[in-house]
Design a protein around this ligand. Structure first.
Ligand code: ATP
Ligand code: MG
Length: 324
């Protein structure tokens, strides 16, 4: 049996990149009978960027509703809010005392923003340490992530090995990185990585008109309708290719190269595909967002169960470090 763990920050509504890069691959793994999955909402991490309490609460529900809408079986797995298991904060203190400052200063979460140090809080600097606690606190064996999180996972592995080596014991399970090579970093409407915090995302749960409006806003070059176009450098095509069938992808690529096919046509095709492909999940998402008591109930069951593991692991850590 493999213990698998993955989380999504409550920094906004989950988007197409989260769905394809995290939710779907993780749910696929959870369906294998011999896997045990810990899927959580990283609400503590979201405080590094979101300070508005109501906004975060709402985001927590929307991330939870997305996991549920895609069919996560909470009965046979673990489903919880990171903040409801505060043991993770205690572990973060312990492990941060083993984390070299210089290594942390190379982490993407910090480095990407280090040219504007006035915007960097200490929580953001510690982001990868809290993330390592998320993983080590539950003895997770495998962590599926998108490429954007690979480096943070490497930091976790190094930290676990360093502490194990220091105490000459297998205190922490060193997690395996599961990177799905098929899933690329999904681009946003502006061509950068799609991110909740860049406001460049496609929200597949939006009502029809709004989804269409967002798709129509995808940035392209200014080639005229009749010009042949290069699918490989076009954002609309790249997004279409993440959800379409091989035949559909080939057909659109041929249309691009032939000319007389405008970006408006491609955007309409992308919108229609997104609208029909995720119809069932959209309905389910709306159902959960209208029944938050049910979401709360499922989360608190998961939290009681996840905490049992966290308490045991933290006890082991306290003993090894001489705190009990
Ligand atoms: P934020 O902007 O707040 O960092 P985010 O959109 O990057 O939010 P995260 O909560 O950081 O989302 O990441 C959740 C999961 O989704 C991670 O496993 C991450 O690898 C994956 N993910 C995020 N963005 C993308 C993307 N554009 N393409 C593929 N996977 C992604
Ligand atoms: Mg991110």
């Amino acid at each position: 049996m493999k213990r698998i763990l993955t989380g999504i920050q409550s920094s906004g509504k989950p988007h197409l990149g989260n769905v394809l890069g995290a939710i779907l691959p993780a749910i696929e793994l959870s369906k294998k009978a011999d896997n045990e999955c810990f899927f959580f909402i990283a609400d503590l991490h979201s405080l590094t960027t979101i300070k508005d309490a109501e906004a975060r609460k709402n985001n927590v529900y929307s991330v939870a509703a997305a996991w549920l809408a895609f069919g996560f079986d909470t009965g046979s797995n673990f489903f919880y809010r990171q903040s409801r298991i505060p043991e993770v904060c205690e572990l973060t203190w312990y492990t941060s005392c083993f984390m070299p400052f210089s290594r942390l200063s190379l982490a993407h979460s910090f480095k990407d923003k280090s040219d504007r140090l006035e915007d960097v809080n200490a929580g953001l600097f510690l982001y990868p340490v809290l993330m390592s606690s998320d993983i080590l606190l539950y003895d997770a064996e495998m962590v599926p992530v998108g490429k954007d999180q690979k480096q943070h996972l490497e930091i976790t592995r190094e930290l676990a090995r360093r502490i194990n080596h220091h105490y000459k014991t297998e205190l922490f399970v060193v997690p395996e990185i599961k990177l799905d090579e098929k899933v690329m970093i999904i681009p946003g409407t502006d061509g950068q990585k799609m991110s909740k915090s860049y406001n460049n995302y496609i929200d597949i749960f939006k009502p029809k008109k709004q989804l269409k409006k967002d798709v129509m806003k995808i940035v392209t070059d200014t080639k005229a309708l009749e010009d042949p176009k290069d699918p490989d450098t076009c954002n609309v095509f790249q997004l279409y290719a993440t959800v379409a069938s091989p035949e559909q992808i080939e057909e659109m690529a041929a249309n691009y190269r032939a000319g007389n096919y405008g970006y408006g046509h491609a955007k309409t095709a992308l919108f229609e595909l997104l609208w029909t492909k995720f119809e069932k999940e959209r309905e389910q998402y709306d159902y959960y967002m209208n029944n938050l008591d049910e979401v709360d109930r499922l989360l608190s069951i998961g939290e009681d169960r996840a905490r049992e593991t966290a308490v045991k692991v933290l006890d082991r850590v306290r003993k090894t470090l001489g705190f009990s």
